[in-house]
Design a protein around this ligand. Structure first.
Ligand code: SF4
Length: 409
């Protein structure tokens, strides 16, 4: 979601004639922030401290993103070097202020360095109507607002016309999507978007086990365009913890979704999120999560240690009773387990041909992209391959995080 916001703001700045520059040459530094975990928030403060040395009267520092909703004007008091505090999506006044200060109208509009424009993020829902007890998102992003299906289709059409090959439909809980005009939910939206002329790939994220409808899995399985990847956070493998998190499902429900999805799409890439050390997580509860990871064998697990977020139900009503050292032990244990599972699962691609949408070149100059199941792919000896190409790759090597191969005949 933050990447989509950054892209949106970057597009507006480019359209106004600004250019992306390295920090030492730039006049304006904009931090787009995340507060979903304490560690993300701490990074913002540390960056703001660093920028003190960079700041001059001619230079501008702005902060946008979720920290603005959380901290508001306190940010200015704590960081006097800060020029602008910009609420998410409310960029017009900020841009007008910049325009009055700097004149870049003669600048040549260029794609930001490092971005190919192959993938285009389309926000279909803002905010979230769930109330998971650990989560600060509803507080900082507000209640759900759904974008009209016609507007989503128009944005996708324009993005593909401008060179995108893939669109990613985004929502904090994308399965909740419904067209405000009554044209249907996420499955209907996916079926409409996949007909966009020239579109090669369609992804959506993030799903919620409570809201994911069987029709969506069938739509994925039937489609040549929709990627075989499902981002389905489980958060815990223990039912008592799921209840304390107010997630609205039990592990048997989660298992049933995975079983159905894999029956329809045996090669599905499955991604999840897990929090360890949630209040009340006993050793037995932790082992249930460990067991679920061993049983389901996810392709990717985003692991996090619980950190109380101010204003959430868990932070105000539950004791943060798992000691930090124990949270760390559980985190490291699951990281090691998942590394081993991911390496084993990725090795299944060796010797097979996979379809890769090329997104750019890595630091060694090798083309990279992703396979339809979401895994990163590196093209060895691919000098004639360009961003936006869809190629067949014969996989010759695999690590936990990526496959490497040669263009197949
Ligand atoms: S569904 Fe996701 S964004 Fe919404 S409250 Fe729960 S964790 Fe947060």
């Amino acid at each position: 979601m933050n990447a989509a916001d950054s892209e949106g703001l970057a597009r507006k700045l480019l359209a106004a004639g600004y250019q992306e520059e390295s920090l030492d040459r730039a006049d304006i530094a904009i931090l787009n922030t995340c507060v979903v975990r304490q560690a993300s928030e701490d990074r913002v403060y540390s960056k703001l401290h660093e920028l003190k040395a960079w700041k001059t009267p001619e230079r501008t520092i702005a902060v946008t993103g979720c920290i603005v909703a959380k901290e508001g004007d306190d940010l200015r008091r704590r960081f006097p070097q800060l020029d602008s505090v910009v609420p998410i999506g409310e960029y017009d006044d900020f841009l007008a202020g910049l325009a009055a200060r700097y004149d870049y109208s003669e600048g040549e509009a260029m794609p930001p360095a490092g971005r190919t424009g192959v993938s285009h993020y389309v926000r279909v829902i803002q905010g979230c109507d769930h109330n998971c007890t650990f989560c600060i998102v509803p507080r900082v992003r507000g209640r759900e607002r759904h974008v009209a299906m016609a507007d989503v289709l128009e944005e996708c059409r324009a993005a593909v016309e401008a060179g995108a090959r893939e669109v990613v439909l985004l929502g904090q809980n994308v399965d909740d999507y419904h067209d405000p005009g009554g044209c249907g939910g996420l499955a209907a939206l996916v079926r409409a978007v996949e007909r966009t002329p020239g579109l090669k790939r369609l992804r959506f994220m993030t799903s919620h086990p409570q809201d994911l409808e069987p029709e969506l899995l069938e739509t994925m399985a039937d489609s040549e365009v929709v990627c075989r990847e499902l981002q389905l956070p489980v958060q815990s493998g223990d039912d008592s913890i799921l209840k304390r998190m107010a997630r609205g499902y039990q592990t048997r429900h989660y298992r049933a979704i995975v079983e159905r999805a894999r029956a329809l799409m045996p090669d599905l890439g499955l991604v999840t999120d897990v929090i360890v050390g949630f209040p009340g997580e006993s050793e037995a509860a932790f082992l249930n999560t460990r067991g679920l990871l061993e049983e389901i064998e996810f392709d990717v697990v985003h692991l996090a240690m619980y950190s109380p977020r101010p204003g959430t139900f868990a932070a105000t009503k539950m004791e943060d009773d798992v000691p930090h050292a124990e949270k760390l032990r559980r985190l490291n244990d699951l990281l090691a387990l998942q590394r081993e599972i991911a390496a084993r699962k990725t090795s299944r691609w060796v010797g097979r041909d996979v379809e890769v949408l090329v997104e750019g070149n890595d630091e060694l100059g090798r083309p990279y992209g992703r396979i339809r199941q979401g895994k990163r792919a590196i093209v060895l000896r691919g000098s004639s391959v360009s961003p936006g190409d869809v190629i067949n790759l014969r996989v010759v090597q695999a690590t936990a995080g990526q496959v490497l191969g040669l263009p197949a005949a």
